[in-house]
Structures are given as C-alpha cells and as structure tokens.
Ligand binder design. Structure first.
Ligand code: TPP
Length: 656
C-alpha cells in the first residue's frame, strides 16, 4: 500500500469529520498526515490491544486542536476506543472523540492537550519519567521514546521555552519533537507575529535540530531514523502545508479552524485522487493500517518475557505503574511522624514540618520524586538523603527545575501520566499563578501531582506584597478536583501529606508557612482527622455562642481569640479547616454539625474572603485581607491588617 493512500485516508477522515461536526480543525491533520503516517507505520512502538503497555512509546499531539489527526490514527491502527462511528460523532456529547484530545476519555490519548505548549512541556516530564524508571528498573523493561507533534502555537507559548531548556539541560535524548512547520496560525501568516528561527532556538537549548520537507515520506523516515541514535533531544522542523490538498484553502489560515465546506472538500478529493464517499474507508488501505498497528505485538510479547525475568522487582514495577502507593508503608510512615510529634511537640513553620514529614515519607515511598523551582532551601522539599537527577544519572529523586514554575508543573503532569512516579515540587504560593494552567490540567485529567507552596501569606513578612499571596488560595480553590490544603501545625501537615498521597486521581496544593507556628495537636490521633476537611480543634464543653473557622497560621490566632472570649464569659469554639474541598464533600449532616449553630460565625484567613461565605454565610464576619499586603516584619503586618486575637474577639463581641 502506498504511503500516499494511507496518509490521504487520514486527510479524508479528518476533513469529513470536521465537516459533519460543523466545527473543528481540518488544517493540521491534513498538513501533518505524512509525518504522522511515517511515524505510526514505521517508528512508534505501540500495541493497540493494550493502550497501557508500560513500555510503549508515548505520542503527544501537543497541538490538540488537530485532534482529528490522533482520532484517525487510533481508529486506523486498531484501538478499540475509536471506531468509525465515534469518528462520525466527532465533538458530540459523550463521544470518544471530543473537541480536544482527553486522556481520560479516549484510550490511546496520552495526555489532554489543547492549551498550546502544555503537551510539549508534559512530554518533557514523560521523558524524564522514562529515564528515571529505566535507571531504577533497568532498560530491559523501560526503554521507550516520547514523540511530540507540535505546532507554531506550541512553540510560541512561553512554557515551551521552559520545557525545551529543561529537556536540553537534562539531555533527554529519547524525546523527539516533530514541529509542524506550516508558517500559519489563526490570524494568518506567522510572519505577522513571529520571526524566530526555531531550529537555532532549539540548538541553543542543547537539542539536535534540522529541517526537512514534511511531505516527503523518505525524508521523514530518514530524519526519524537519525533521531533514534541522538545523544540529545531532537527537534525536526517539518515544512508542511496546512490543509494540504484543499484547492483554495491549503497554505492559508482559512483551513486552520473551520470546516472546509462542500466545494473545497470536493476539490480536495480531486487533488488527492480520493474517489471515495465521505467516511468511506477502503478495505485495502484499512488493512494496511491495521497491519501497521500490529507491528508492535512481537516487541510487546518479548517485553512481557523480560518483565517476567525481572524477578522480585516485577511486582514493585507493576505496583508503581498502577499508581498504588503501599498502604502499609504510608500508614507506618505517617504514624511514625505523628508519634514523634506527640512525644516532643514542635513549634516550627509548616514548611519545616513538611520537610520533617518528608524525612519519613521519602524512604517509605520510593515513587516520590521531588523538586523545586530554584527555591529548594525555602520550600524544604529536599530531604538529606535525596540525590539530584542529573543528565548522567537519573536514579536520583530530586529535580532542580530551575526558575521554571510552569514547565515544572507541566513536567510533573507528564511524570504522573507516564506512571511509576508521584511527583511533588515546591515554589512560593504567590507563584502558583505561573504554574496554574498546568495545575488546572492535572485537575481536569485527574492526575496526582503535589504542589508544595510555601510562604503562604503576609506571614512571609519583609519581601512585601509582590511575594505575599492574598487571592491565591481562593483562586486555587476555584479549580475543580484540586485539593487545597492549608495545615495549621506539624501534625496537620503530616495528615495533609497522607491525604495528598492517597488521592490517586487528583492533584493537591499545599500552602505552608514561612513563620513558626505552635503545635496545636499534641495528642496522638490514630485517625487522619484532616480527612474530614474541617474539625473542631478547640471548644467549650457546652454550647458555643461563637464559632471561629480558620486555616493554617490563623488557627492558633483563633484559638487565642477563643480564650479571650472565654475570659469575657463568651463560649467560643474553633474549627480548623485544612481543606475546603474535603469539607464540602462531606455528607450534609456531617457538614452541618461542623458548621454548628453558634449565633456568630467568623472566618479567619490571611487572604481574601472569596469562598468563605460557604462556611460562615453572607452575614458571617471575616477577618483577613482586603487588598494587597505590605513589606514589614510579619508580626507587625498581622497587627497592621487587623488579623489578631483581639480583633477577632472584638468583632465577635460587637455582633453578640
Ligand atoms: C494557550 C492557548 N492559546 C490560544 C489557543 C487558541 N488557539 C488554538 S490553535 C491556535 C494557533 C494556531 O496556530 P498553529 O499553532 O500554528 O496551528 P495550525 O494553524 O498550524 O493548526 C490558537 C491561538 C490555544 N489553544 N491555547
């Protein structure tokens, strides 16, 4: 079967599906069909009968708008997730072929893509994970490549720079990017907005990079062949024509993001010598594609034998790839931490409590791979025993991500998706804005990536308002499926770590202090109390007149306020709220019991009010921030902004 016929089937399916859906992007699949056909029929190692085969090559369509490309490829190579009917239902509710590829909907899609740049940066994490797992379990069972198809938009996004610089530094030589170099974006020719020499840019970042004709199957195959043996990551700029085959729209932005229309499709059929009706799949071409799809079967079978020969390590490898942390190891580690804290309570910052917890967690859970965006000493994410991952040795468990929060968060997604690793990292809470798009994708995909976000309020003091988050807790809490933890002491910090690690299908953000906090939980609780999201941490024996809800560093202030109120004969209780999401997920009666029926409800958090009304009601009192912070020693700032025990007690008395 000729390459041309096989590639043209991809083109035909893509333009027909977009036409039928009356929406979508035909240009990229038509332009990149040759590159993708060579990759999938000659190079990519995969087995459609097992989309989760651990040693498959990963293929990331970073330009997610070209989703019909991957749906065509999955159908043609024989993945059961995408049938011809699903292709006909492109972009319809409940289909396996949504507008942009979603890894949690369509088996064979490695990662959700659509926000440009994310796929490329996620792929860097996959390539890191491959190297780390190979270092731990050996290349006999972990030896695969990560391929990316990236568009102009992917490479224009800022995140691409963080990603390619990190990949180049780490010499991720099994990462191969195919750049769909078509010179067109939505507004028109790329020359409207860009004049970067991408080949030179990648080279400057330590990649091997060169240009080819992206419609010449021999040139594509030769380039991919050469890429197999590279000692550094590879970027192949494939010169293509967007909408290849369309008579008037090829090479133009008009083929990028809307159906071609009946006349144009008719002309494209003529140009491509495609004498078939819409969605018609000629049996001989399909069978050639299916044959290509079964190419990987022998390799898969051989791999299974090598896996079996792994002996004792096999079960551990499989456990890690399933993403199941050892229940007994985790339970034991957390118990050990809590016992130590009960025996000798610690007045430490929660960031320090994090490191204290990690000292037990890291040896217990070998899948944890940490890091920091150049704030290692401030985030306390590296324990004494951890060694760094370097270009020459990927067996380490700590990544110096550099000052690349966005690239770091996306790489963590890639590691979580690859499997075998539970990634966590650190930066300041205020800079979660820089990583937010990738955190959002982790939440959407349901991936366990754990973000340690220290310096979580005005409590960081002198660095001032640029570094003092006020809206970030609210902004993170607004992301569905993300757990935002703000522990109040060392014990809660350990419990929140346990919850984050046990949540296989959701990411976590943990807001931690720079300043020391008293340990409020001195009793050894066998249970994880933070699992309820909120609980009474201090209270009178009988009914309370006042309920004070607080998180993190403000819980101890709330406890002091309750004492002041008690001196005035007012019964007040304090509820610590380490995780809004887990609290809101409690059954109605449990939630109502925690909220209680005290006459006065007060929320205390050194951040903006947004989100708090769900707990304290619109008529509740909020003691927190109403604007940006300021630069001063932190104790002065708490007084200046009125976040004190006195202020809370006064507000309560006024309302009673
Ligand atoms: C972060 C982000 N910004 C904007 C968009 C909207 N968008 C989709 S495709 C595209 C650019 C298209 O140009 P290119 O990447 O070259 O793709 P091609 O035209 O070749 O299909 C834009 C701006 C997006 N998907 N992601």
């Amino acid at each position: 079967m000729s390459h041309e016929r096989m590639a043209n089937l991809v083109r035909a399916l893509s333009m027909d599906a977009v036409e039928q859906a009356k929406s979508g992007h035909p240009g990229l699949p038509m332009g990149a069909a040759d590159v993708a056909t060579v990759l999938f029929t000659q190079f990519l190692k995969f087995d459609p009968s097992d989309p989760h085969w651990a040693d498959r090559d990963r293929f990331v369509l970073s330009a997610g708008h070209g989703s019909m490309l991957i749906y065509s490829l999955l159908y043609l190579t024989g993945y059961s997730s995408v049938s011809l009917d699903e292709i006909k239902r492109f972009r319809q509710l409940g289909s396996k072929t949504p507008g942009h590829p979603e890894n949690f909907i369509t088996a064979g899609v490695e990662t959700t893509t659509g926000p440009l740049g994310q796929g490329l940066a996620t792929a860097v994490g996959m390539a890191i994970a491959e190297k780390h797992m190979a270092a731990v379990f050996g290349e006999t069972v972990v030896d695969h490549k990560t391929y990316v198809l990236a568009s102009d938009g992917d490479l224009m996004e800022g995140i691409s720079h963080e990603a390619i610089a990190l990949a180049g530094h780490l010499k991720l030589n099994k990462l191969i990017v195919l750049f769909d170099d078509n010179g067109i974006s939505i507004d028109g020719a790329l020359s409207l907005s860009d004049s970067t020499d991408q080949v030179k840019r990648f080279e400057a970042c330590g990649w091997a990079s060169w240009r080819i004709d992206g419609h010449d199957p021999q040139a594509i195959a030769a380039a991919l062949q050469k890429a197999q043996k590279s000692d550094r990551p590879v970027m192949i700029a494939c010169k293509t024509t967007i909408g290849y085959g369309a008579p008037t729209k090829a090479g133009k932005s008009s083929s990028h993001g809307s159906p071609l229309g009946a006349d144009e499709i008719k002309g494209a059929r003529e140009n491509l010598h495609w004498a078939h009706t819409p969605f018609e799949v000629p049996a001989d071409i399909l069978s050639a594609w299916r044959e290509a799809g079964s190419r990987g079967k022998p390799a898969h079978a051989d791999w299974k034998k090598r896996l079996a020969a792994l002996g004792d390590k096999r079960a551990e490898f499989e456990r890690r790839m399933r993403g199941e942390v050892s229940d007994s190891a985790l339970t034991k580690a957390v118990r050990e931490i809590k016992e130590k804290l009960a025996a000798s309570p610690k007045e430490i910052a929660t960031r320090t409590a994090c490191e204290f917890a990690l000292e037990s967690l890291i040896p217990a859970l070998p899948e944890m791979v940490g890091g920091s965006a150049d704030l290692t000493g401030s985030n306390n994410t590296r324990t004494k025993s951890m060694t760094a991952i370097t270009p020459n040795d990927f067996s380490g468990r700590f990544i110096h991500y550099g000052i690349r929060e966005h690239g770091m968060a996306a790489a963590m997604n890639g590691m979580a998706l690859h499997g075998g690793i539970v990634p966590y990292s650190g930066t300041f809470l205020v800079f979660s804005d820089y990583s937010r798009p990738a955190i959002r994708l982790a939440a959407l995909m349901g991936e366990r990536a754990i973000h340690i976000l220290t310096h979580d309020s005005i409590g960081l003091g002198e660095d001032g308002p640029t570094h003092q988050p006020v809206e970030h807790l609210a902004a993170l809490r607004a992301i569905p499926n993300l757990m935002v933890f703000r522990p109040c002491d060392a014990v809660e910090t350990a419990e929140c770590w346990e919850l984050a690690l046990r949540a296989k299908d959701r990411p976590s953000a943990m807001a931690l202090t720079r300043q020391n906090l008293p340990q409020l939980r001195n009793r050894l609780d066998a249970e994880n109390i933070c699992a309820q999201g909120a609980y009474e941490i201090a209270g009178p024996d009988g009914r309370a007149d006042v309920s004070i809800f607080a998180t993190g560093s403000e819980v101890s202030i709330a406890v002091d306020a309750a004492k002041k109120l008690a001196e005035k004969g007012v019964a007040a209780r304090v509820v610590s709220v380490p995780c809004f999401e887990l609290f809101f997920e409690q059954p109605d009666d449990a939630r109502a019991a925690i909220i209680g029926d005290a006459r006065v409800k007060i929320g205390v958090e050194a951040a903006v009010r947004m989100g708090w009304d769900a707990i304290i009601g619109a008529d509740g009192i909020f003691v927190g921030m109403h604007g940006f912070g300021a630069s001063a020693p932190y104790k002065e700032l708490y007084k200046h902004f009125g976040i004190t025990a006195e202020a809370i007690a006064d507000a309560a008395m006024k309302k009673l």
